[in-house]
Design a protein around this ligand. Sequence first.
Ligand code: 13P
Length: 256
Amino acid sequence: MRRKLIAGNWKMNLGLNESGVLAKQILGKVKQNILKNADILICPPFISLSQVCGIIKGSGIKLGAQNLHYENDGAYTGEISATMLRSAGCEYVITGHSERRKYFNETNSVVNKKALQALNHDLKVIICVGETLQEREDEIFESIITEQVTMALKDIPSEKMNDVVIAYEPVWAIGTGLNASPKQVIEIHALIRNTAEGIFSKDIAENMIILYGGSVNKDNAKEILSAAGVDGALIGGASLKPDDFVFIAEQAAAVK
Ligand code: 13P
């Protein structure tokens, strides 16, 4: 039985004080009955991780980072290692986000190295995949996503697959207010699960959490979260609004 996961990606928003305020607001609104049926994860900027960790400690809300470097340590000015993330209290880390692929030239092979590094340090990893508008219009999105998933999962030991989450985030739906339709989401989630089944096994694929991300908000969350094969959401803009974020988590917890 796959548990629902609602993850907030705060991206490059909020300083230390504002992060603390938002974490406290979320904490104040999350009722225990939500956490019985769904996991809630927040991913603040690096500088706020340690502070937010202290605020949510013991609440059941989980902490994640938005990126990591694939080396253990060394002369990589400005980078953050998996060990550092663990020391700041992270349980999860996101990799392969389309903003990192686009603005920081992260390739499928870099995403794979980062995923392996996270798993080697006992971090759970959320691997983002998704096609651009051009790739959808050119009708090559299925092969793009299959390749992204296949390359990201390369060399991951099957016993680590419990710690792998995939997020389908069509690039054209991120921050645009245009969410993918339930039909599109169902098709791609099935494609991702089939790809994982081909690499590992039916069992592993059936247990893998697959999130949808891209303009999820309080009004469309219920429909998206009820779609077949959708195990939760990775949320940008709406994760900065405590009422909306917790409302979406409530919707997730209520899905049968
Ligand atoms: P929005 O929810 O703002 O569209 O962002 C989605 C996203 O990129 C989450 O990682």
